[in-house]
Design a binder for this molecule. Structure first.
Ligand code: AMP
Length: 422
């Protein structure tokens, strides 16, 4: 029997909000985590975006805070959620607002890249739930605009990324300033030793929940490939988009340059599209994301790094305008569609130089991707492994200014772009 939200013991206003969100059944991480969290236990969640982890922690926090009603005290949140990026923090706050819409609790988000004024105002007014990126939160903490003596709930989301981005010192300082008696939740997609160490410092006898969405998600995605010549990819993409079934589409490119060119092509074809990548300002990225989420832009063109952590409901199709040279990236990309039970499709445009990438992807996913157009170019064996990303044997480091050249010239160009990608 599948678990229902009602059987998890959630309060009526939360159940009503979940119905409004059209959530019918809890995802595996929700079914496993919510009961332990409602019982007040700490949690170690090994899960990535797309598993429903946000609701898994947000719902129990909302339920606890609404059960222990207290008037918001200026500068003193009761729940603190730390996230590595501005986009993720904004998404988390939106999730709290959605699930808590009938509860009358106050939430705010505090992130870098925007002015301080509004954030200080809402902190002073008092919030129940504060979602923040560590750097900006430290600023507010040091200038006395926020204090942590009333915090009863702490969440550290995407902890592995937090470490990658160099936030670990800030995180440790913030956690050290929190009351010892609190409920803590720690989420990470991966658990290398450093991350495990941070988790063990923060958590007390945690419940452990691990979900691996990869296989499940990929199985539900209709995958197809079109063999096209490099020079025909742009017209081919426009043609694909003639089909209205491609209603909400993320197009992936390997480079920022390609992302811009594709977005320009689509605009010329009168298809509303935006590009997001590392060269765009935070504001431009947020605007693009909002336009996509609200349906004003039908297509979002993104590089892999810019797309990390971005989560939009109802993506009908992922188009791999360029295939990734790391096969795991393909799995991450196509996981943007078919979220939480929905159906989705992934269409790849593969040119002659990408045949080997396609083969690597098929090996990893252990399935043959259906060919729906074009003729495959013969597969050229590569003289060097393309994917070698680890350190090179001694004595093979290229000299500064000397091209890092492996294999055919075409691939060398791609590598150079890759290094500049988002
Ligand atoms: P997350 O992993 O928290 O980023 O959530 C992934 C997506 O799944 C979000 O867009 C949620 O709105 C959606 N979602 C979360 N839980 C459920 C559920 N139980 N039923 C349907 N959709 C859900």
């Amino acid at each position: 029997m599948t678990t229902s939200f009602a059987s998890l013991g959630l309060a009526e206003p939360i159940l009503r909000a979940l119905t409004a969100e059209k959530y019918e059944t809890p995802t595996p991480i929700q079914a496993q985590a919510i009961p332990s969290l409602l019982a007040g236990k700490d949690l170690l969640g090994i899960a990535q975006t797309g598993t429903g982890k946000t609701a898994a922690f947000a719902i129990p926090i909302l339920q606890h805070l609404s059960a222990n009603r207290a008037h918001p005290v200026p500068k003193s949140p009761r729940a603190l959620i730390l996230a590595p990026t501005r986009e993720l923090a904004i998404q988390i706050e939106e999730a709290f607002r959605a699930y808590g819409r009938f509860l009358g609790l106050r939430a705010a988000v505090v992130v870098g890249g925007v002015g301080y004024g509004e954030q200080i105002k809402s902190l002073h007014r008092g919030v129940d739930i504060l979602v923040a990126t560590p750097g900006r939160l430290m600023d507010h903490m040091q200038s006395g605009h926020v204090r942590f003596d009333r915090v009863t709930h702490l969440v550290l989301d995407e902890a592995d990324r937090m470490l990658d981005m160099g936030f670990v010192r800030d995180v440790r300082k913030i956690v050290a300033a929190l009351p010892k008696r609190r409920q803590s939740m720690f989420f990470s997609a991966t658990m290398p030793p450093e991350v495990a160490k941070l988790a063990s410092e923060m958590l007390y006898q945690p419940a452990r929940v691990e979900v691996t969405p990869k296989v499940i998600t990929v199985d539900r995605i209709r995958q197809s490939v079109h063999f096209v010549h490099q020079s025909e990819k742009r017209t081919h993409l426009v043609k694909l988009l003639d089909d209205a079934a491609l209603a909400r589409v993320i197009v992936f490119t390997r480079t920022k340059h390609a992302a811009n060119r594709v977005a320009e092509t689509l605009e010329r074809a009168k298809i509303p599209a935006d590009a997001i990548h590392g060269n765009k300002s935070q504001n431009a990225r947020q605007r693009a994301l909002d336009r996509f989420r609200t349906g004003r832009a039908r297509v979002l063109v993104a590089t892999d790094i810019a797309a990390r952590g971005i989560d939009v409901d109802g993506v009908t199709h992922v188009v791999n305008y360029e295939l990734p040279n790391v096969p795991e990236t393909y799995v991450h990309r196509i996981g943007r569609t078919a979220r939480a039970g929905a159906e989705g499709a992934a269409i790849s445009l593969c040119d002659g130089s990408e045949r080997a990438y396609l083969r690597d992807i098929e090996r990893l996913t252990k399935r043959t991707i259906e060919v729906v157009g074009g003729q495959p170019a013969p597969l050229k064996e590569r003289s060097q492994p393309e994917r070698s990303q680890g350190p090179r044997p001694q004595g093979q480091q290229p000299k500064p200014g000397q091209p890092n050249r492996h294999g055919p010239a075409k691939h060398w160009h791609r590598r150079r772009f890759d290094r500049h990608a988002a």
